[in-house]
Every structure is written in C-alpha cells, then in structure tokens.
Ligand binder design. Structure first.
Ligand code: SAH
Ligand code: SF4
Ligand code: F3S
Length: 446
C-alpha cells in the first residue's frame, strides 16, 4: 500500500496543494508513481469551477469501476470532494477517501485510517482557521515555486463555487511566508508566485500586521529572489499601493492579473462583484500611469444570465480600452449552491459560443498588435525548456510572455545542455511576434 499516483485538475492553488500532499505522503514513506495502474493509492485533486471540470474526475473514476474491491484505494480530494461530499461514495463505490482542502492538515490521520482498512474516510469540515502550512512540499520545478499566502474566499460572486469548496479566508503569518521564501531562495529558487483566491484581502495575523502590498514588497526583498508574481487580485480590494510597490521594487514582476468578468456594470451587479466598470477602469489607470510598463491580464465570463447583446458589446469595448496582454475567457456554467442558480441559464450554448469566439477574436488582434510592438526590443527571460521539434529554447519574460529563442552559434554550432540552460536568465532580442508568443535570438554568447 505504499505506491501512490496523483492527478491534479484546476488552478495553481490545486497544483500547489498537490505538491504539499505529495510531500506529506513521501514523508510518511509513500512513493510516487506515474500511472494509476502502478499505484496502490490513487489521488484525484479535483476542480469544480465549471461543470466540464467536475465531470473529468467522474470520467476517470468510471475507467476504474472494475477495480472496486481489488485493493486499489481511490481518494477524491479538492473542490469536487468538498462540494459533493459523501455523495461521491454512492456515485463511485470504489472511492475510499473524500477530503476538501480545508482538511488537508488532517491528511496524516486520514492516511492512518486508510492503512487500517477503513473504506469510507472523510474530511469535509469547513470550520477551520488553519492553513495547510506543511514543512513537506515536493516541488517539481527547481526554479519557480508557489507559496500560498491566503486560503479560502470570503467574497460571494454569484457564479462561483470557491467560497463553498475552499471555506473561509485564512491568511498565513508574514513570518511563515518570509521564512519559506528565504528557504526557497537558499535552495536555488529564483522566482516565487504568491497564491490566493483573493490575495488583496491578505491580512497578516501576526503582530507585524502586513497588508498585501507590504508582504509583496518584503518577499521582493528576499535575497536571491529575482522574480515575484501573485495571483489572483480582486478589483474591489485592489489598492494603488500594489502598483507603487511594483514601481519601487524591480524584483516584483511588472505583470498584474485583474479579473474583470464583464464590461457591463449591470452584469457586474448581477454577478455581485462589488465594483462598477468605472471603478475597475480606475484601477487600470493606476497601472497604466505607473513608471514601469505593467502587463495586464484578466478573466471574462460570457453568457451570464441576463447578459444582453448591449452588455456583451460593452465587454468587447472594454477589451479595446484596456488592451490586455492576455485574457482567459469562459462560457457561464451554472454551479451548485451558488446565488446565480436562481437566475436560470437562459442564454443558449450556441449563443455563448458565438460571444466567446467574438471575444477571443477581438483579443487576438489586440495581442498581436501589442506583441508586434516588442519586435526589436531586448527582454530578459527565465529559461524554462527546450522544444526539440523547433530547436528553440523556451523562455518567459517578466511580463509573463512566452519568448522562444535560438542561441548564436558557438564553436561548431552545438547546443549547450539543458542542465546548463534551464533556470538561467538571459537577454533575448525579439525578432518576431505572434498573438500568443514571441520569437527571438539570445543577445549574448552562452
Ligand atoms: N479567485 C479568482 C479566480 C476564480 S476562478 C478570482 O476571483 O478571480 C477563475 C475564473 O473562472 C474566474 O475568474 C471566472 O472568470 C471563471 N469562473 C468562475 N466560476 C465560473 C462559472 N460558474 N462559469 C464560468 N466561469 C467561471
Ligand atoms: Fe470566486 Fe469571487 Fe472568490 Fe474569486 S473572489 S474565488 S470569483 S467568489
Ligand atoms: Fe477549481 Fe477549486 Fe481552483 S474549483 S479553479 S480547483 S479553487
């Protein structure tokens, strides 16, 4: 019973939770394997943000229906686990453990129960003021590390399951965050991504009493850290002090993700987002008037109940006004427990699809235009990988753009090895631009 497999769905919070779950399991003598077939214990860390995401775990479980009673243990954790709870045992009787993220601190005890043969173990309480702050985290990427600073969400956006699946907001102490950042820097990590569903409502529970901008700046000052990013910001709580911190501190990446969801104040009100289009645009102005050139990205939902053609047109216009560097866009998906369920879901799927395509086409042209402006400039990238089909190295800029690049030929034209290249910071001259990435040449001999 010592080999485990884990598959992760959903957002970066889930990816990072899995790193902590893996660390916790390894610390107890379990060994990670890379197929469910080879494992004694199979974990699915699930996402419930849209119906499609939720269905994925049930498809996976269905594939293993025949395994019921054959000794393989299935565990469903994460947001679907929290949302569906014990109903998962009925739908998939071969599942033995169902636990939401607010219960992961109890994972070692739950594992003891599993090891002693218990076949219906649950961790579903949301009444917690703890964070999953474990010393055992198994990170895959040796250069970039996630740090959770706040868990849960106290907002009540009408479409969103997260407050139900991740419980109330709990902030970590600044001391614990800064200790982890320091340890990561000493271990050779150079980039840190601070995570939370709403990082702006971070409130340091320790006497230092940092707010988010203060914490961000302190992480940016940790010796050895060259890049700090954060996600996600909520416009209602987003303060100008964050832009000022970015302007003052070069290590803070000039990149902000600020989900707008809709360009129509009426739709925003129906979504219970607690800001108007004008208030959102004021925050965009803060970013645009900054000393540094800040890349801005967003999330948009199309087809929310009541969204008229005129509302949607306002979202398209917002794209033109802001000129985002990238967007994530989704068709509205009705979710259990949420307030918007009462509004119905009257916009047909084809119409949602039409709006989504129109939105993405508009944005594609904007991105191409913005990326083309970068041709001829020199940007610093962190080297992330090598694409053997194109023989290009893959880098990422401070503004979070992918920049694929080649090296100037050195003696005989051979490539340096991956070990020599990955994790390095290199200056790249941009030579070509597409809507989703840039291409260039390294501006120095390596
Ligand atoms: N905490 C973050 C992210 C939440 S989930 C925030 O507040 O922005 C990521 C994105 O999924 C959201 O920004 C939203 O655009 C989208 N999303 C959430 N619920 C959805 C739903 N029911 N249907 C479609 N998209 C949804
Ligand atoms: Fe969901 Fe809103 Fe919380 Fe984001 S802020 S997680 S969209 S409820
Ligand atoms: Fe999905 Fe849960 Fe994240 S619902 S998006 S995994 S917080």
């Amino acid at each position: 019973m010592k080999r485990f497999y884990i598959e992760t769905f959903g957002c970066q919070m889930n990816v990072h939770d899995s790193e902590k779950v893996i660390g916790t399991l390894e610390q107890r003598g379990y060994e990670q394997v890379h197929t469910a077939e080879d494992a004694d214990l199979v974990f699915y860390n699930t996402c419930s943000i849209r119906d499609k995401a939720e269905q994925k775990v049930f498809h996976r479980l269905d594939q293993f229906k025949r395994e019921a009673g054959k000794g393989k243990v299935f565990a469903v954790i994460g947001c679907v686990a929290q949302q569906e709870g014990e109903k998962i045992f009925d739908r998939a009787p071969h599942v033995s453990l169902v636990a939401g993220s607010a219960s992961y601190t109890k994972l070692p005890e739950m594992l003891v129960q599993i090891e002693s043969g218990d076949r219906r173990v649950t961790g579903l309480s949301l009444e917690t003021d703890e964070t999953f702050d474990t010393p055992y985290t198994r990170r895959d990427n040796p250069h970039r590390a996630y740090i959770t600073i706040i868990e849960g969400c106290d907002k009540s956006c009408a479409y969103c399951v997260v407050p139900f699946t991740r419980g109330p907001e709990r902030s970590r102490t600044s001391e614990s965050v800064l200790n982890e950042a320091g340890e990561l820097a000493r271990a050779g990590y150079t980039e840190i991504q601070l995570l939370g569903q709403n990082v702006n409502s971070y409130r340091d529970p320790s006497p230092a009493g940092f707010n988010f901008a203060q914490l961000l700046e302190a992480v940016g000052r940790v010796e050895g850290i060259r890049r700090v990013r954060f996600t996600t910001s909520h416009p209602r709580d987003f303060g100008r002090d964050i832009v000022e911190a970015i302007d003052r501190t070069e290590t803070l990446c000039n990149q902000i993700h600020l989900p707008v969801q809709s360009g129509s104040t009426n739709v925003l009100a129906a979504m219970q987002r607690q800001y108007t289009r004008d208030e959102y645009m004021r925050r965009i102005e803060w970013m645009k008037s900054a000393r540094r050139d800040i890349a801005i990205s967003t999330d948009i939902i199309v087809g929310f109940p009541g969204e008229t053609e005129a509302d949607f047109e306002q979202t398209l216009q917002l794209l033109d006004e802001v000129e985002y560097d990238s967007i994530f866009s989704f068709k509205y998906s009705p979710r259990p427990n949420t307030a918007a369920l009462a509004l119905g879901d009257h916009i047909p799927d084809e119409e949602k699809g039409r709006r989504l395509t129109a939105l993405q086409e508009r944005q594609r042209a904007i991105q191409l235009r913005r990326n083309t402006r970068l041709v001829g400039t020199e940007l610093e990238v962190l080297v992330e990988g090598f694409n053997s089909s194109t023989s290009q190295w893959i880098g990422r800029t401070a503004q979070n753009r992918v920049l694929n690049f080649t090296l100037p030929a050195r003696n005989g034209g051979e490539q340096p090895g991956r070990r020599e290249m990955l994790g390095r910071y290199l200056p790249i001259r941009v030579t070509r631009a597409g809507p989703n990435s840039l291409a260039g040449e390294c501006a120095m001999l390596v």
